[in-house]
Design a protein around this ligand. Structure first.
Ligand code: NI
Length: 154
């Protein structure tokens, strides 16, 4: 396993649309393991492949209740609305209030290529939306209602 470098806002990789994963092999598994290790080191809750310079439709997430590896994810249902503080490992020290669905249902493939469904509410829904956006070159700032001033981050 290896810690990968997280690219920052301004890097053109973050604005690109990622390609689907078609091969579920050891190379993919190594990438997933590296992404998880990188996310733990960065102390975040979600990391998308383009954030480490890989233009593939993959993200990993752990909002405190276990790991999710999502390959070729797609949000298939959205319900309700929430407004909360959001940030991104690619935009250090920047936080803003975003509006997201309160609940989403996602379809994705696991590391063996098997499709599964996952429902997330609250922070998990927010994270699924945020990470899926990364795969289409969208950063959270495009959803921000209001950026927070550093003084508001107690
Ligand atoms: Ni992000």
């Amino acid at each position: 396993m290896a810690i990968r470098n997280i690219v920052k806002e301004g890097d053109e990789t973050l604005g690109k649309v990622c390609r689907p994963v078609t091969e579920f092999n050891e190379r993919l598994w190594q990438l997933l393991d590296d992404m998880k290790e990188t996310l733990v080191k960065a102390d975040g809750v979600g990391l998308a492949a383009p954030q480490i310079g890989v233009l593939r439709r993959i993200f990993v997430m752990n909002v405190g209740d276990g790991w999710v590896e999502a390959i070729n994810p797609e949000i298939v249902e959205r319900e309700g609305e929430q407004e909360d503080v959001e940030g991104c490992l690619s935009c250090p020290n920047q936080f803003g209030i975003t509006r997201r669905p309160q609940k989403v249902r996602m379809k994705a493939q696991n590391r063996q290529g098997k499709w599964f469904y996952l429902t997330g509410e609250g922070l998990k829904a927010r994270c699924i939306c945020h990470e899926t956006d990364h795969l289409d070159g969208v950063l959270f700032k495009q959803h921000v209602i209001r950026m927070l001033d550093p003084s508001e981050l107690a």
